[in-house]
Design a protein around this ligand. Structure first.
Ligand code: HEC
Length: 218
């Protein structure tokens, strides 16, 4: 009786495993991996997590790596082979992973980087032209800040005690001029994101447009 029960359970387990296997196969066949782009997808992840002071930015090039731009990042990559790429390996290795002393990148961010490597690790950009029409806080500005700035300016101990993860706290930095000053690298402001990188021109134009339109909570 007991024997039978175990066999039965095993049977169920194998059937389920089989079903999951087949299901995954189907999903993979019907939904091709999304195309990811260096400029919009990969650069913000690497730039906002790896280039701060003491790390791999233009000033402190720890280990000789400068991860604020394509040339420095692609040195750590074997195009078409994410598992063989140092950039991927350092993110997933069990001990001594990067970013050092911080929490691991999210699975989503790691997957984005792996996909980009698999797709050839090109210096590509998904958008053709820059759209500054209908720029809003929620649809345009917040996602840019999330990609480029939240790693340091959100949560309970944000850099410089500046939080950029809500409208009201962003608005404070609009009103004192520091948001635009810092992303444009105007003199008299600390250039952001910290570490020597710069937002793509399109993102800067979109934030400028939103500010010019009154920096509304829209
Ligand atoms: C890697 C961490 C990091 C990232 C990413 C980052 N910042 Fe900063 N930010 C800092 C640090 C550190 C300071 C300086 C705090 C201090 O010394 O007062 C700072 C200061 C600032 C200041 C004050 C500037 C001034 O002149 O006083 C603003 C505004 C700012 N950041 C905006 C941004 C924006 C916008 C982004 C995204 C585009 C961003 N930061 C991304 C770490 C970061």
């Amino acid at each position: 009786m007991k024997q039978l029960k175990i066999r039965h359970l095993l049977g169920v387990a194998f059937t389920m495993a089989g079903a999951i296997f087949i299901l995954q196969g189907c999903v993979k066949e019907h939904l091709p991996d999304p195309e990811v782009y260096f400029q919009q997808d990969v650069l913000p992840i690497v730039s906002s997590n790896c280039t701060q002071s003491g790390c791999h930015g233009t000033v402190d090039r720890e280990g000789g790596y400068k991860l604020t731009e394509y040339a420095g990042i692609v040195e750590l990559v074997k195009p078409g082979n994410y598992k063989g790429s140092k950039l991927y390996q350092v993110l997933v290795q069990p001990l001594g992973y990067m970013p050092q002393g911080a929490s691991r990148l999210s699975d989503e961010d790691i997957t984005t980087i792996a996909l980009w490597i698999e797709q050839g690790a090109e210096n590509n950009s998904g958008s053709s032209g820059c759209n500054t029409d209908n720029v809003t806080f929620n649809q345009t500005v917040a996602p840019i800040l999330q990609a480029w700035c939240y790693s340091c300016h959100s949560g309970s101990s944000p850099s410089g005690t500046i939080r950029l993860d809500s409208y009201s706290t962003v608005k404070l930095k609009v009103d004192d001029g520091k948001l635009l000053g810092s992303i444009r690298h105007d003199s008299g402001y600390l250039p952001m994101p910290d570490g020597g990188g710069k937002l793509p021109n399109c993102e800067i134009s979109q934030i400028e447009k939103w500010v010019a339109d009154g920096a509304l909570n829209n």
